[in-house]
Design a protein around this ligand. Structure first.
Ligand SMILES: [Zn+2]
Length: 462
């Protein structure tokens, strides 16, 4: 009898990985990394609860590391079959996995030099070469088209609106009773009416079973107008002669910010030659976003000036150009990764500007516990950077409405668009309070069967 086993993202928001087992054939949906805290991240080195070499196919919902981050390990441990993704996902997956491999090599080198690792010979989880090996296995499937994974089992991607190329995945197969039924794996569901990308779409058929994400299952995003708030902050900071530092996630959030900044430029409220995109990864991701015209929504296509155009803002690729910004006296907007200020070039900009009361730091979205971003939005008076204590004099802002995840109401909206309620619903990719709140909302407000909150390693029949 075919079974589905939830191997990750059960009660947490990272490590997505679901194993479908038909006995002779096995399929994996996502192979994500755990992120956030040593205890959780130690799981990235645990043996897989299946044999990678025995998998028939792997399907990936979108490029974020918590859905793709362990793919290179699959390849180094013997998997050589196809990894299916959407065409726009392919470029982003290539960016993030090679970057992840490089970072892990650097961290292992650093740990070895400092001697702080518990291991005599700290080894990277995988290398950039390992990442490149798995990239050769990527096979793209257009949105909406059906593809046979193996005889009798079919795959289809549906737009999820969460990130360029992000998809919900439908897999249909016969159960042990001989009936064909579909499972829908929502992936991460995006938001409605946001810039650039098309809105989330519901699965084409009525799935018998739904595995739904629940990141914000217990929250509603604030109704703040991100563009208006950003415009106000930029104008006030420029009037004081300060810098606007925006720690941004390279994929998705950066492109949304460029969209809002471009609208300010169009309105004559911001000189575009004072806006710096200081992140090679974000620049590369922006180029991939720009080329993916089929994924742009109508509003984006109607813009007179393309916010993703290379000529609009200043792109900073080299380290020297980035360092030159440290001594800049005139006001500027600097968009730099990482989004929670835990690494990347933005850390240097914070080191130079946090102590300046004329400047502003604008966080674009959720800040996890334990990150510099979280400490700053919680009002820390000082912050540690590269062994120095930095006094926080700059103004700290957080634009919550720039989230890439559907909130509770948007998840319900996505569910309402299904042609019929699923017979079985499973909630993952959310902490337990969020899963429980969403389960109650689906049962009470939509009258759906009570969802189950699966545990890690829990198998259920197809
Ligand atoms: Zn995601």
């Amino acid at each position: 009898m075919p079974t589905v086993t939830f191997h990750g993202a059960c009660g947490v928001v990272t490590g997505s990985c679901t194993h479908l087992d038909w006995g002779e054939r096995q399929v994996l949906v996502d192979c994500g990394m755990y992120q956030g805290g040593e205890e959780l991240e130690a799981r990235n080195r645990s043996p897989f609860p299946f044999r990678p070499a025995e998998l028939t196919a792997v399907v990936v919902t979108h490029a974020h590391l918590d859905h793709t981050g362990l793919l290179p390990r699959l390849a180094t441990e013997g998997y050589s079959g196809p990894v299916y993704c959407t065409a726009p996902s392919r470029g982003l997956i290539s960016l993030v996995l090679q970057d992840a491999g490089k970072i892990q090599e650097e961290e292992a080198r650093y740990a070895r030099r400092q001697g702080y690792s518990q291991h005599a010979d700290p080894r990277p989880l995988y290398t950039a070469d390992d990442a490149r090996r798995v990239l050769k296995l990527l096979k793209t499937v257009p949105f909406g088209e059906e593809r046979e994974l193996f005889p009798g089992v079919r795959l289809r991607f549906v737009r999820a609106g969460h990130l360029l190329g992000a998809a919900s995945v439908e897999i249909s197969a016969k159960g042990s009773d001989g009936e064909r039924r579909a499972w829908c794996f929502s992936g991460d569901v995006g938001r409605y009416g946001v810039p650039i990308l098309k809105d989330p779409e519901p699965p084409s058929g009525a799935p018998a079973a739904l595995l739904l994400e629940s990141t914000y299952g217990d929250r509603r995003h604030s109704g703040e107008d991100a563009a208006a708030a950003l415009g106000r902050i930029v104008e006030e900071t420029y009037a004081r002669g300060g810098m606007v530092i925006i720690p941004a996630f390279a994929l998705g959030r950066t492109q949304d910010l460029l969209y809002h900044l471009s609208a300010l430029a169009d309105a004559g409220r911001l000189d575009p030659s004072t806006v710096f995109l200081d992140s090679p990864m974000a620049i590369n991701a922006t180029e991939i976003y720009e080329r993916a015209e089929a994924e742009h929504d109508e509003d984006f296509e109607a813009l007179a000036n393309n916010p993703l155009d290379a000529g609009l803002f200043v792109r900073v690729r080299t380290v020297d150009e980035s360092k030159a910004l440290n001594t800049r006296g005139e006001p500027a907007v600097i968009v730099a990764a990482s989004g929670m200020a835990n690494g990347g070039r933005v850390v240097h900009h914070l080191l130079h500007r946090l102590g300046d009361k004329r400047s502003s730091v604008v966080f674009a979205g959720y800040q996890a516990a334990g990150t510099r971003g979280r400490a700053l939005i919680d009002g820390a008076e000082t912050i540690g950077i590269h062994g120095q204590t930095v006094w926080v004099k700059a103004q700290i802002h957080q634009l919550q409405s720039l989230s890439a995840h559907a909130d509770r109401d948007e998840l319900l909206r996505w569910c309402r668009a299904l042609p019929a309620p699923p017979q079985r619903i499973f909630l993952n990719h959310g902490e337990d309070p969020a899963r429980k709140a969403l389960a109650a909302a689906l049962a009470d407000e939509l009258g759906w069967p009570r969802p189950r909150l699966p545990l890690t390693g829990e198998p259920v029949p197809w």
